[in-house]
Write a protein that binds this ligand. Structure first.
Ligand SMILES: C[S@@+](CC[C@H](N)C(=O)[O-])C[C@H]1O[C@@H](n2cnc3c(N)ncnc32)[C@H](O)[C@@H]1O
Length: 230
């Protein structure tokens, strides 16, 4: 099973099917966090991507962190546990409810705010760290849940790259997870797109799987670049 553009969709379909099998809330443990998962919310234990990004995201106590595309809140909760104050954002009502519940269940609600909205629409202010685990494959989603995995032409990743500079504090950094599959098909090269948006790009870590390679990119404004005030 391949997308129109030649990407092998079988691993993604297996992941989607595994999520759709849930009709009731269920519980998972990850990095000693107890997460209550709601049906329709991306589960961070069902792929290696979430933990891979968290392992390579550096957060210091007291930093302001934005967890964009938050899903269950896993990335934001990891940052809050390291002492950061965190804003989690997702456009799915189920994800917002899930992340809010998980902040409470893990004793982190005093450091975590969760908002619903499309990308930066519900965001104001600036952040020392912005974490992004976006939908990775440039396929048109056919349900709300599929927007966790698919994003036609990676339009949301593109918009993220265009807008992120306005939300980075001076010296701030974004950690962005990308798959090699869109680049291998000549569809989307994260590094090139980010540089086009005036960002400095560094590859922090690669994880090679049989069907694709995941990379954590660190994105920063060039020294001396104008930082917008919000
Ligand atoms: C891969 S999941 C990320 C889950 C979580 N951050 C993690 O690391 O386990 C992607 C999430 O992005 C959300 N999403 C997709 N497009 C969005 C958009 N334009 N604005 C906000 N959230 C979006 C989906 O609802 C989904 O929860």
């Amino acid at each position: 099973m391949h997308g129109n553009d030649g990407i092998d969709l079988r691993p993604a379909q297996r992941l989607i099917d595994r999520h759709l099998a849930h009709t009731e809330p269920y519980q998972v443990e990850i990095d000693s966090l107890q997460l209550l998962m709601l049906p329709g919310v991306f589960c961070p234990t069902y792929t290696k991507t979430s933990t891979f990004l968290a392992e390579h995201t550096q957060v210091e106590p007291g930093e302001r962190v934005l967890d964009m595309f938050c899903g269950s809140g896993y990335q934001g909760l990891m940052a809050a546990r390291r002492g950061a104050s965190v804003l989690c954002v997702d456009w799915s009502a189920e994800a917002v409810s899930c992340a809010t519940t998980n902040a409470e269940r893990n004793g982190l609600a005093d450091r975590v705010v969760v908002r619903q909205g499309d990308l930066f629409a519900p965001v104001s202010g600036q952040f020392d760290v912005i974490i992004a685990n976006p939908p990775l494959l440039p396929i048109t989603p056919s349900s709300m849940f599929e927007t966790a995995v698919y994003d036609s032409a990676l339009a949301h990743s593109n918009r993220f790259l265009e807008e992120v500079r306005d939300y980075l504090a001076p010296g701030g950094r974004a950690y962005f997870l990308a798959s090699s599959a869109p680049k291998d098909q000549g569809l989307f090269d994260l590094g090139a797109e980010a540089r086009n948006c005036g960002l400095e790009v560094r590859s922090v870590a690669d994880r090679v799987l049989p069907y694709e390679t995941y990379t954590v990119f660190k994105l920063q404004l060039p020294v001396g670049a104008r930082v917008a005030r919000r």
